[in-house]
Design a protein around this ligand. Structure first.
Ligand code: RNT
Ligand code: ZN
Length: 416
């Protein structure tokens, strides 16, 4: 089938494929730098274990070891993904050199991200940011919720430094910077005090957000989690904690949902309209949970499609939903992991944009559930492939990317 045939099929369902393609082009997806080096960063010993309840597994050759290697790998990804991309950095990816020697996380400054700003400017990208509250000797193991004054102070200073860096990124790049606060604070076993750490966490975030910033440019987000590896019994920043914090501070921050951070039968797709009934803006980490792991490569699967359908149906593409990727797989080619995940989010968004959403809503409101089921099922086998191929060709991106991934692996990654 060709694009024009596919266009006709979708038109018979009342869908304009050209309109869908135009919309998809404008949606920005935030690309997580940490897929390229298994979340190691450049500011601490790269051979230390990851802490904070997250883990990468696998030892596929070719991980990026320096800023130069990571940037080269991101360029390779940008060659292979269509659509609008934004960078997403963690503070641990600060770049130190002779002029700007190493400083600890509480002393980070915008200048440590100047090379990233240059990288983004040259490629016309915006940039999101994350303070890094894990994999560091000052995790005791708690950070913002630690009972130790000195530990807490260190991490609060890191949070404030991150606000200043986020403001710098937004100003330099002319696009808002989403700054995500996530800590892996929690306990392996049944705690004696669940309230104390949460009060300290709340007060610590208050202090971080007391650092001046323009809320139109810097969008602090609060990410919740259900449990992590080694912190199975209790997570300080639980769903209720994070959501309540965001709800009580609606003029200062927004909630972030990572779809790997809930109980297995809970779905973020259903939570999107629930939150948008109250919050003008939300943020997402799109990932794929499997059993105990929340960070597998995003696939073109039912829940990713459903998440994107809710984003589209709730008007999320008009500035209400900030979409970021968050996964890390060290067991396969990392470029491929990145590209596959980005493309699958975009495919899911396109799939959602190719639904006759107004018609489907009408069927629901008229209690015409029989037709609703039939039409939704018929649409699953509509010629989606041809519309996706059209998007790639309009964006001048190759349809097939595995051969190029393999070439880069042979010529670049395997030499590391
Ligand atoms: C961890 C959280 C968090 C991290 C990144 C690296 O479970 O999802 O967002 O993955 O900050
Ligand atoms: Zn996340």
């Amino acid at each position: 089938m060709s694009y024009s045939d596919a266009k006709r099929v979708y038109a018979s369902f009342g869908v304009d494929t050209d309109k869908a393609l135009d919309k998809l082009k404008s949606v920005s997806v935030s690309l997580h730098c940490w897929q390229g080096d298994d979340v190691r960063g450049f500011d601490t010993d790269p051979n230390k274990p990851l802490t904070g309840g997250i883990q990468t597994t696998g030892n596929y050759p070719g991980r990026a070891r320096t800023p130069e290697e990571l940037m080269a790998d991101i360029d390779e990804v940008l060659k292979l993904v269509p659509g609008k991309i934004k960078m997403n950095l963690h503070a641990s990816y600060a770049i130190f050199d002779g002029e700007n020697p190493w400083v600890d996380r509480d002393k980070l400054e915008p200048k440590h991200f100047k090379k990233w700003v240059d990288f983004c400017k040259e490629r016309g990208l915006g940039c999101d940011f994350n303070p890094t509250f894990f994999s560091h000797p000052k995790c005791d193991p708690l950070t913002l919720s630690s009972p130790n004054e000195e530990t807490r102070k260190f991490w609060i200073e890191h949070g404030k430094a991150s606000i200043r860096i986020s403001q710098y990124l937004a100003e330099e790049l002319g696009q808002p910077c989403v700054m995500n606060i996530w800590t892996g604070d929690g306990f392996k076993d049944i705690p004696a005090d669940r309230m104390g750490p949460r009060i300290r966490y709340k007060e610590a975030i208050d202090e971080i957000l007391s650092e001046p910033y323009d809320f139109k440019l810097v969008k602090p987000t609060i990410e919740s989690k259900v449990f992590g590896i080694g912190v199975e019994a209790y997570t300080v920043g639980s769903a209720e904690f994070a959501l309540s914090y965001a709800a009580m501070n609606i003029d200062k921050c927004i909630p972030l949902m990572d779809n790997g951070h809930y109980h297995p039968t809970e779905v973020v797709s259903d939570k999107i309209p629930a939150l948008l009934a109250f919050f003008p803006e939300i943020a997402l980490h799109v990932t794929r949970p499997i059993r105990w792991d929340s960070d597998h490569v995003v696939l073109f699967d039912d829940e990713t499609k459903e998440i994107c359908r809710e984003i589209v149906r709730c008007g999320g593409l008009d500035g209400k939903v900030n979409i970021a990727l968050d996964y890390f797989d060290a067991s396969i080619n990392r470029i491929s992991a990145w590209v596959t995940g980005v493309r699958n989010v975009q495919k899911s968004l396109l799939f959602a944009l190719l639904q006759p959403n107004d018609e489907l809503k009408k069927m629901q409101d008229n209690s015409d559930f029989t037709q609703l089921m039939v039409v939704q099922e018929e649409l699953k086998t509509a010629p989606f492939y041809d519309v996706w191929q059209e998007f790639l060709s309009r964006e001048n991106k190759p349809s097939e990317y595995f051969a190029e991934v393999k070439r880069y692996e042979q010529e670049v990654l395997s030499l590391r």
